[in-house]
Write a protein that binds this ligand. Sequence first.
Ligand SMILES: *Cc1c(COP(=O)(O)O)cnc(C)c1O
Length: 382
Amino acid sequence: MSLPAAPKNDAPIPLLDLRGEWSAIGAEIRSALDGVFSSQHWILGPEGQALEREIAQLCGVPCAVGVASGTDALMLSLHAAGVGAGDDVIIPAFTFVATASAVSALGARPVFADIEPETFAIDPAGIEQGLTPRTRAIIPVHLFGLSAEMDPILALGARRGIAVIEDNAQSLAAKYRGRATGSLGAFGCVSFYPSKILGAYGDAGMILTASQSAAERLRALRNHGETTRYISTERGWNSRLDEIQAAVLRVKLRHLAQWTAARQRVARAYDSLLSGLPGIRTPKGREGCEHVYSVYTIRVEGGSERRDRVRQHLAGRGISSVVYYPVPLHLQPLYAAAGVKRGALPHSERAADEVLSLPIYPGLTEAQIERVANALKEAVGS
Ligand SMILES: *Cc1c(COP(=O)(O)O)cnc(C)c1O
């Protein structure tokens, strides 16, 4: 892969820099787009179908259905699983708001479960506590590139007849005990938002499923409920993945394995440079699982003030960082009316106060990684 000239020693380091990617594959992308322009086929065409086959193969599932976004993937999956008004859906309190808003959009109620203290993933024991007679689905989120602890969740779902829908927006091609995330539950929801592990040049998403009949229904749901052109058998949505995005994604998919390996190398370098820094904890893995590091998130122990000071110090050295996510969902104004108080989900609350995500992308150089690590060392005074 040809990379741009090494940046100057004091040049700002962004959280994510896709310019290296563009200079490596721009010509391939332009030529794929030319193909779409000459075909004049814009929606539900051969590029989208090919992408569905390729993502299904990547994840080891029989079926994949392209949709307009990761949020829509969640919403359509929930609907296909029978979730509607009056139902409860258990989700982690520490995730991006879209996991919850997809539930709310259907008139169902998100029930927030706490996370495991080490991995940021939903705690299977927290799910048990959140069960009600109205629980219809569970959405484990594979956050930051690492799988949730799926076996107990799948067992619970099977035992209670509750659908497990994986929010795999952040962890495409990560592994849980040898199997791809997104291939384990009834549905796996992928986002191709530009900053995700496989990013479109706009919005796009996909649903993975082992069920041919569910896939067929989803194809109708994403297109106004049409089973035949202009014949609708149920109310659906307009949620399609267009040919331009599919063409871009197919080019990028050919490079995904190499880019993921590069991210993993960046993570290893951070792990070793940051190990032992006082009050800093590097991200944990999970036994038998492959982490794809869509995000590299450390903990700055000691609360949000210390974390925010560290972030300020990095900014002063030209280094971008971000807090994914500063407010757990039960404390969001959006869900205040549910009345879940601070203190109820302590691991989620603590994560929100301590997390800090550092720059990570395939073209990040060793010198840049060292600059980030050195700035962190200064910030914690060691
Ligand atoms: C990005 C994201 C989504 C939503 O995906 P969009 O494609 O932006 O709609 C859902 N859940 C999580 C965890 C995400 O990170």
